[in-house]
Design a binder for this molecule. Structure first.
Ligand code: TRP
Length: 330
């Protein structure tokens, strides 16, 4: 069955290999099977107060990067969130039935309060409401997000359900997490533990230059070497193997795993090979990013068409929502 799928990426930095293998690669496949809406979440990015220059630059680079990875604006609807004013209208309406207590209890909010006590703004508190608006404005039923977004998605379901219940309608579907048919690949970072993330500072961006990639990989955390034959790799080494698994030839991975098992591995060689394979993987994407981001006419046309398609769907929902709530024209 064809589902309506929505997903957004906050425009707070460049896309990295983790984004690519964790999400975007699947979006590219999904766009041919479902009715997909992908957007740059630039309103969400305001919670951390970007400067005007940064705001635009980031939107532009995320958009170029999505396109370079293979999102086809003629197939999916690719848009910038702030081009769709129906989203904040729905956000306002949903806010009337979102309770401060439940918003304060979300883990992402509590995290932010801990991490940035100097900037606990109301936008942060109502972040899940805006995200719910993003999703249900298209009456989406599937949202391809990672584990870290599960609670936000749960809240989106709650707000959709609450609206339906309050007005005794069956208007908004309850959006479910999209489970990819192939298993989700977790891309680890280069710092020895945990996943790749922009805030962790352990990421390789799709746009990184060759020498930057070499430097980052050569600095990756390792250990003091296998202590005995056939030992399970420690986490930092398993992480490097995981990266190899997605960018290198299978024989390369086998070679290094074997030499690890035989205790003859040299981490310098492993890293050199990994860096070259990442460079090889990134090169065509990087080239397309540069090409696309230099093409103003193309970007303008993509954004315009995306906004039109997104607003068509969003305004149909808002018209209906207004009617349901009780707004009538004079
Ligand atoms: N909160 C998501 C993140 O931080 C981004 C996002 C905003 C999103 N709106 C969304 C994701 C709607 C899916 C659907 O990654």
């Amino acid at each position: 069955m064809k589902e309506t799928v929505v997903s957004g990426i906050r425009s707070t930095g460049n896309l990295h290999l983790g984004n690519y293998f964790g999400a975007i690669r699947n979006f590219v496949k999904m766009q041919h099977q479902h009715n997909c809406y992908f957007f740059v979440a630039d309103w969400h990015s305001l919670t951390t107060h970007p400067t005007p220059e940064n705001l635009h630059t980031n939107i532009r680079s995320v958009l170029s990067e999505y396109l370079a990875c293979g999102i086809d604006p003629d197939v999916a609807t690719l848009y910038v969130q702030s081009d769709v004013p129906e989203i904040p209208e729905l956000y306002l309406l949903l806010n009337m039935n979102a309770y401060v207590g439940e918003l304060e209890r979300t883990t992402s909010f509590k995290d932010k309060v801990r991490k940035q006590p100097e900037n606990v703004n109301a936008g942060l508190l109502t972040y899940p409401v805006l995200m719910a608006a993003d999703i249900i404005i298209h009456r989406a039923n599937k949202v391809p997000v990672g584990k870290d977004q599960e609670q936000n998605l749960e809240m989106a379901r709650k707000f959709a359900r609450r609206f339906n219940h309050m007005y005794k309608v069956d208007f908004f579907p309850e959006p479910k997490a999209f489970s990819f048919s192939n298993e989700l690949i977790k891309i680890p970072g280069l710092d020895g533990s945990g996943k790749m993330g922009k805030s962790e500072g352990n990421a390789i961006n799709l746009i990184d230059e060759e020498k930057v990639i070499r430097k980052k990989v050569m600095r990756a955390v390792t250990d003091s070497g296998p202590q005995e034959p056939d030992q399970e790799p420690t986490e930092p080494i398993a992480n490097l193997f995981s990266l190899m698994e997605v960018v290198s030839e299978p024989e390369t991975l086998t070679h290094f795993k074997d030499s690890y098992a035989k205790c003859s591995i040299r981490y310098g060689d492993l890293k050199k090979q990994l860096a070259e394979d990442i460079i090889k993987f990134n090169a065509p994407i990087r080239e397309r990013i540069l090409e696309i981001s230099a093409n103003d006419d193309y970007l303008r046309s993509v954004v315009k068409k995306g906004a039109e398609k997104a607003r068509e769907s969003a305004s149909a929902s808002i018209r209906e929502v207004r009617k349901i709530i009780g707004y009538k024209s004079f």
